[in-house]
Design a protein around this ligand. Structure first.
Ligand code: SF4
Ligand code: SF4
Length: 365
């Protein structure tokens, strides 16, 4: 009995400590804690600065700063020094990797902005601006990307710098970038997503050692993968006529390599939004396919994004999101105005799309 208890005790000691996301309250500015849920109104005294006024009369200013998202120790120390010296030591990150620094006096806002600008960090991203592009991990952190989302974002934000620090768009513009076709990418007014154009190449020598074949077979959305014996070893085969080049088989089975320097491309999707202000949430739709995956500056992608963005800026009415604008003018006019070609890649001949992806700009038969 004593021995059984010891085992139970030991097991209890080995229980992992539940360490999820920490409670955010402990990191909040004291004025925000004091006035939690009791805000009277907010406004924006200038691009990149939010001003909140509480019923108690307290006021707080939030300065929004664009970052490169992937920060090393040098950048983190530099930013923390600025926040300690010119702010009040409180910072939070938005889901788009902007930093927000809260201060309790308007007098502190100017020097804080100046210090960030002097260090090369732009202040903006509020209201009707092009805020920081939200993006997935890219080559640095994930094991399956076909491109470096962070790199695409950096090169594009360099070109959209003026649109970040000003609020001159018809409405807010949310751009997203995703480095594979199937996982953590998001919806955006304009989205840049990887597009594989060839089925995976199988390294038959490795499949038996590395992959759980039933899991891989089950993973394919169009049942294109079958178990097969190759050179006397258990392996897999792909029915290339069925394969839609989604890349879903690659994460559980790395020997089914789908990334390819030439055939993994980038596609641009337009008109997605999560908000239900003024119109319902919308799915984005494919507008440009087969753009070269061309590091380190991805010039072809930047050119198409800028073309769409500036056509929208010129033609949309106030407060129309990109999707609202396209809904109003219609897709034929969108292609006319942007000069983007309507190609065979806009024709969706996958019969499954009729039921499950019935939200695209594709022509259907
Ligand atoms: S989008 Fe895909 S490849 Fe990129 S980080 Fe997410 S899961 Fe990884
Ligand atoms: S790429 Fe997608 S469709 Fe093609 S075999 Fe792999 S899982 Fe199936």
């Amino acid at each position: 009995m004593a021995q059984a208890q010891t085992v139970v005790e030991k097991k209890r000691m080995r229980t992992p400590i539940e360490s999820g996301c920490p409670d955010g309250m402990q990191f909040m500015h004291p004025l925000m804690i004091k006035n939690f849920g009791n805000w009277k109104y907010h406004d924006r005294p200038r691009p990149g600065v939010l001003h909140h006024v509480a019923y108690s009369g307290d006021e707080i200013w939030t300065v929004r700063v664009g970052t490169q998202r992937q920060l090393g120790p040098y950048e983190i120390n530099l930013l923390c020094d600025i926040i300690d010296q010119y702010g009040e030591g409180y910072v939070r990150f938005t889901i788009r990797s902007n930093m927000e620094i809260m201060v309790s006096k308007w007098d502190k806002v100017g020097p804080l902005i100046q210090a960030f600008n002097d260090a090369g960090y732009p202040v903006g991203g509020t209201g009707n601006s092009v805020t920081m592009i939200s993006h997935t991990q890219g080559w640095l952190h994930c094991d399956i990307p076909g491109t470096d989302a962070s790199g695409v974002v950096k090169s594009l934000m360099d070109e959209l710098y003026e649109e970040f620090i000003k609020e001159e768009m018809p409405s807010r513009v949310h751009i997203t970038t995703s480095c594979c076709q199937i996982n953590c990418g998001g919806q955006g007014d304009i989205a840049i997503n990887v597009q594989h154009t060839k089925p995976p190449k199988i390294n038959h020598d490795l499949v038996a050692n590395v992959c759980e074949r039933p899991s891989v077979v089950a993973r394919c959305p169009v049942a294109a993968i079958r178990p097969a014996m190759v050179n006397g070893k258990p392996s897999l085969e792909v029915d290339e006529k069925k394969c839609i080049c989604c890349g879903a088989c690659y994460p559980p089975c790395p020997p089914m390599q789908i990334n390819d320097p030439e055939h993994s491309k980038l596609a641009i999707w337009v008109g997605g939004k999560n908000s239900n202000a003024r119109s319902k949430p919308m799915f984005q739709k494919l507008v440009a396919a087969g753009l070269p995956n061309n590091p380190p500056r991805w010039p072809e992608v930047a050119a198409v994004v800028k073309k769409i963005l500036y056509t929208y800026k010129k033609d949309a009415r106030d407060w129309e999101r990109v999707g609202d604008w396209v809904e109003r003018i219609g897709w034929p006019r969108f292609f006319e105005l942007t000069g983007l070609p309507f190609t065979k890649f806009h024709i969706d001949n996958w019969r499954g799309a009729r039921n499950s992806l019935n939200a695209s700009a594709h022509i259907r038969f």
